[in-house]
Design a binder for this molecule. Structure first.
Ligand code: HEM
Length: 376
């Protein structure tokens, strides 16, 4: 019960229940050969990564020589003997992969167009982008970290890690029958998320279908990652009623301000005695809700992070490592974030400081097949 199947129509780690821990990393290819050589190197890398990922998710060591006393073991060993802890490993391809190095420009999906500037972001290039991305999630932090480390090691000479992010305490409520987890602002996060086991919502909003211009992406999805810092110290000085107005929900129960229980549907039309809407005009849930966005939804799968303090201010460097999956970021994440960026009351307390957009191909179908085989 602690193993998630690796092979299948879709990659695991999207619809499957969110685990407690995240290790996310992006990698850049360092190849410098001809297009044919570079393409062969990429194909080989993805085959090796797929085989290693399949093994790790089933609790096995990275394939290769682990017993030769005269050589470094193929597996670094820190997860040896541990259960796979529901490990899922999800691959994403960045827009920068579809360039002259690999002759892949004609295979770049229109939906993988670079994200536009999305004010009020303040992005750090050292925490943004990457040719490849790996989302490793598990209920054990060392099992998740083991993945991003060993994939870098397998790819030595072909890839270097560009940036990485650890996350904890899933902030999505994406199934599993657990209580909705809380984010670092103390609010339940994930209440009205797309449930991963709702196949009709998943097909409608998350899995790429026949509408794509790139058939190799059918059954895949697009991952948007945003490292969102929270101004925790300022938030902690804000009074309860204002905190609740920022989201449009009650802090402790998670209920919409127009209801009594977490599961009550928000009533965006309801007015208070003075005539103002009960869920304020700039409340996060009013701006983000599908009812107010022409039916647009995304699957959120973010994790909290805390990475020490910001030296200049002494404030915590903590927040939400936001991850969202969707069919087409242009009409989903970008459209929503444009609106949130312009109007969300939450903007006073957050800042987007890292960013990535990745095309996640469909699942590797069976043992011996590689990730993104149809692309290469
Ligand atoms: C809902 C927190 C960023 C999209 C919510 C809820 C909370 C929350 C507490 C209400 C509970 C729920 O239904 O999940 C946050 C925090 C953020 C953040 C703390 C940043 C640090 C974003 C971003 C997007 C987004 C960047 C997309 C561009 C949504 C959507 C909903 C939602 C679609 C569901 C609204 C509904 O249908 O009621 N968020 N969020 N959020 N958020 Fe965020």
């Amino acid at each position: 019960a602690d193993r998630v199947p690796f092979y299948g129509t879709h990659q695991a780690g999207i619809a499957t229940p969110a685990q407690d821990r995240l290790a996310f990393a992006t990698y850049d290819l360092t190849v410098s050969g001809t297009v044919a050589e570079n393409r062969a190197a990429l194909r080989q890398l993805l085959q090796q990564w797929t085989a290693a990922a399949a093994a790790m998710t089933q609790g096995k060591t990275v394939p290769g020589d682990n017993d030769n006393p005269a050589a470094p073991p193929a597996d670094t060993g820190e997860a040896y003997g541990l259960s796979p802890a529901n490990l899922t490993i999800t691959l994403g391809l960045g827009g920068s992969l579809f360039d002259k190095r690999f002759g892949l420009a004609g295979k770049r999906p229109a939906a993988l167009a670079d994200l536009p500037k999305l004010p009020p972001e303040n992005l750090d290039p050292e925490r943004s982008g990457g040719d490849l991305a790996i989302q490793a999630c598990a209920d054990d932090p060392i099992v998740a970290f083991h993945v991003i480390r060993n994939l870098a090691r397998i790819g030595r000479g072909t890839v270097v890690m560009r940036w990485s992010q650890l996350g904890f305490g899933n902030a999505t409520g994406n199934g599993g029958g657990k209580e909705t987890p809380r984010n670092l602002m103390g609010f339940k996060d994930g209440t009205r998320n797309i449930p991963g086991d709702d196949t009709s919502l998943m097909d409608g909003h998350v899995w790429v279908g026949d509408e794509t211009d790139q058939p190799w992406m059918r059954g895949g999805s697009y991952l948007v990652a945003r490292r969102i810092r929270m101004r925790i110290e300022a938030w902690d000085r804000d009074f309860l009623q204002d905190q609740e107005n920022v989201f449009g929900r009650a802090k402790y129960t998670g209920a919409p301000l127009t209801g009594a229980k977490e599961t009550d549907q928000p009533d965006f039309a309801k007015k208070a005695a003075g005539g103002d809407p009960v869920i304020p005009a700039d409340a996060h849930i009013r701006l983000a809700a599908h009812e107010n966005n022409g039916g647009v939804r995304i699957l959120r799968r973010g994790y909290s992070f805390t990475d020490g303090i910001v030296p200049a201010t002494g404030e915590l460097d903590a927040g939400l490592f936001f991850i969202a999956y969707q069919k087409d970021p242009r009409t989903q994440f970008i459209a929503l974030q444009r609106k949130l960026g312009a109007h969300d009351a939450l903007n006073e307390y957050i800042q987007h400081v890292g960013s990535g957009l990745f095309a996640c191909p469909p699942g590797a179908r069976a043992a011996g097949t590689g990730w993104a085989q149809e692309l290469l």
